[in-house]
Design a protein around this ligand. Structure first.
Ligand code: AMP
Length: 191
């Protein structure tokens, strides 16, 4: 069983690296951003609520996000493990995730933190906005807000898992495949 968190600011490359990691380790992929976007597309009640936060670059409230994540984990009883992409994003979410996994006799093995500086993030997000179809990738003020929210609310998650000795940092700038190799060597050393 391998449960890992792919962590980093918006635009750090979590989605891209997730795809590589899933293929190599056969994990179930849980991206809260993707799940919210699917709900927005499907015009569900959850989607309507999530959109009101996402469009402003704010986080969807913890109670809603945690409940959704829990039900997604429960939908995958046979999974060999999970890659959590974009979750947890607050200390409260991290605590809830630990409780949820503990109840299933599981735990987080490692948090991989992709390190990318702010100017590069803004450049990448604006570039992605040309093709991603994501409203939150287009407006520079929304991008700035997401980065500020990351700094204020999400960086404590890295600290939370550091205290458990589970955080590893990886430079997220450079060749995608080289970054993937570094990630896998860090994961493998934890298995
Ligand atoms: P992402 O695709 O991970 O960049 O997420 C897009 C947006 O979805 C974020 O800016 C948040 O508004 C929302 N979101 C995604 N994951 C979470 C989470 N774990 N907690 C709260 N909001 C989230």
């Amino acid at each position: 069983m391998l449960n890992l968190i792919l962590f980093g600011p918006p635009g750090a490359g979590k989605g891209t690296q997730s795809q590589n990691i899933i293929t190599k380790y056969g994990l179930a992929h849980l991206s809260t951003g993707d799940i919210f976007r699917a709900n927005i597309k499907g015009e569900t009640q959850l989607g309507v609520l999530a959109k009101s936060y996402i469009d402003k670059g704010q986080l969807v409230p913890d109670d809603v996000t945690i409940k959704m994540l829990q039900s997604e984990v429960e939908k995958n009883p046979g999974a060999k493990g999970f890659i959590f992409d974009g979750f947890p994003r607050t200390a409260a979410q991290a605590q809830a995730l630990d409780v949820l996994l503990e109840a299933r006799n599981q735990k987080i093995n490692v948090l991989v933190s992709l390190e990318v500086e702010e100017e590069e993030l803004k450049k990448r997000l604006l570039e992605r906005g040309k093709t991603s179809g994501r409203a939150d990738d287009v407006d520079p003020s929304v991008i700035q807000k997401r980065i500020e929210v990351y700094k204020a609310e999400t960086t404590p998650v890295k600290e939370y898992y550091s205290k458990q000795g589970k955080t590893v940092e990886v430079n997220g700038i450079g060749d995608v495949l080289e970054i993937f190799k570094t990630i896998t060597s860090k994961i493998d050393s934890r298995l």
